[in-house]
Write a protein that binds this ligand. Structure first.
Ligand code: Q46
Ligand code: ZN
Ligand code: ZN
Length: 326
C-alpha cells in the first residue's frame, strides 16, 4: 500500500479520512491535529503557556513529544507536570521515563509528590476519604493539575483520546443514564473562577493512531498498568462494540464526538457561574471542593490550602524557562 501523499510505503490506513500514510506523513498528520487544538485555544485568547500532564503512559508521552514540536512551531512555552502518586514500582518507573524524555526534549519538568504534599499516598488517603483508590486518585490528580495551571497562569493539556471520550459518552448514554455534559466534551475548556483552562489535543485521534506514532517515533512509555486499575468489563465490551461500528462505518467515533461536543461560548457562559471553595479558593461544585471536603471529614481539617502552598513553593523554586525553550 502506497502513501496517499508521497511514493513511500504506507504504515497505516485511516479509512475515516480515506488516507494511507507513510511514517513521515503519519507524524505530520498527528502533529497537525495537535497543533489545530493549540491554535484554537490561542484564538480564544488563552495564554501561550502549556503544562502537559504526564503519567508516563503511552498517551501522555505521545502528547508530550508532539507538544514539543508544536510549541517550537508556534513559539509557546511548554512544561511537563508529573504527579508522583507513590504507587510502586510503577511511579518510580514512570518518573525515570519522564525525566529522561524531558531532558532529551529540553522541557522543564515539575514533579508534585503526593506523599510529601499530603503526608499520605493514595492507599492511605483512600481510607480517610472512604472512597476507592481510583476515586481518591482522581480527586487528588484533578486538584493538583488545576492548582499547577492556576499558579503558572497556564493551560493544562491532558492525553485523553477519541476512544476514551467516545466510550465515556456511550457509557453515560446507555449504561449510566447520566449527563454527558458533566464531562464537558470539548477540545478546549475555558478558564473559570479558581480553574485554569484545559485542552485535550488528542481528542480527535484514536488509540491506534497514537500507538502508531509511539512506534514510529520511538516514544518510551510505561507498559505496565497501575496495580489498582479496576477491571471494567463493561468498558471493554463497549470499546469492542464501538470498534465494530467504526470498521463497518468509518467515521462513527468522530461522528459521536462531534454530536456531543459543546460549544466554547456555551462552556464559557457556564464557567463564569462556577463557585469557588471556601477553604482553598479553587473551583468547586458547592461551598467546598472535593479535596477539601474529603480531607476535612477524614483528617479533621481541609488540606486544600496546604496542598496549594506546597504547589506554590514548587512553582516559586522551578527554574524559569530558558529563553527560547519550549
Ligand atoms: S493511577 Fe490512579 Fe489510575 Fe491507578 S489508582 Fe486508579 S486512577 S488506576 S489512571
Ligand atoms: Zn508519505
Ligand atoms: Zn478546596
Amino acid at each position: 500500500m502506497k502513501c496517499s501523499r508521497c511514493e513511500n510505503r504506507a504504515v497505516i490506513r485511516l479509512r475515516y479520512a480515506k488516507l494511507a500514510l507513510c511514517e513521515k506523513h503519519l507524524v505530520e498528520y498527528i502533529r497537525k491535529k495537535v497543533r489545530n487544538v493549540v491554535k484554537k485555544a490561542l484564538s480564544y485568547g488563552l495564554p501561550p503557556k502549556i503544562v502537559v500532564a504526564v503519567s508516563g503512559g503511552k498517551d501522555s508521552m505521545v502528547l508530550l513529544h508532539t507538544m514539543k514540536a508544536v510549541a517550537r512551531d508556534l513559539g509557546i512555552e511548554v512544561r511537563a507536570l508529573y504527579i508522583d502518586l507513590g504507587i510502586e514500582p510503577i511511579s518510580s518507573r514512570a518518573r525515570r521515563i519522564i525525566e529522561e524524555a524531558c531532558s532529551n526534549l529540553g522541557i522543564d519538568l515539575i514533579t508534585v509528590n503526593v506523599l510529601r504534599a499530603l503526608g499520605e499516598s493514595i492507599p492511605g488517603l483512600s481510607k480517610r476519604f472512604r472512597k476507592s483508590y481510583c476515586a481518591t486518585c482522581g480527586i487528588v490528580k484533578r486538584y493538583i493539575m488545576n492548582a499547577v495551571g492556576v499558579e503558572y497562569g497556564s493551560i493544562v493539556a491532558t492525553g485523553h483520546h477519541l476512544d476514551d471520550i467516545v466510550t465515556y459518552i456511550v457509557k453515560e448514554l446507555i449504561v449510566v443514564g447520566g449527563d454527558v455534559r458533566n464531562i464537558k466534551v470539548s477540545d478546549v475548556i475555558p478558564p473559570a473562577p479558581g480553574a485554569c483552562p484545559r485542552i485535550r489535543p488528542l481528542i480527535k485521534l484514536s488509540e491506534r493512531e497514537i500507538m502508531a506514532y509511539a512506534i514510529v517515533e520511538g516514544v518510551e512509555y510505561v507498559r505496565e498498568s497501575c496495580p489498582y486499575a479496576p477491571r471494567k468489563p463493561i468498558d471493554a465490551t463497549l470499546k469492542n462494540l464501538i470498534s465494530i461500528l467504526e470498521s463497518r462505518y468509518p467515521g462513527t467515533k468522530l461522528g459521536i464526538l462531534s454530536r456531543y461536543s459543546l460549544r466554547y461560548s456555551d462552556l464559557k457562559r457556564e464557567s463564569s457561574e462556577a463557585k469557588t471553595c471556601v477553604h482553598c479558593g479553587l473551583i468547586s461544585l458547592g461551598n467546598e471542593c472535593a479535596l477539601c471536603r474529603h480531607t476535612r471529614v477524614g483528617y479533621g481539617r481541609a488540606l486544600g490550602p496546604q496542598l496549594r502552598e506546597y504547589i506554590r513553593s514548587i512553582v516559586r523554586d522551578a527554574t524559569p524557562l530558558r529563553q527560547g525553550s519550549s
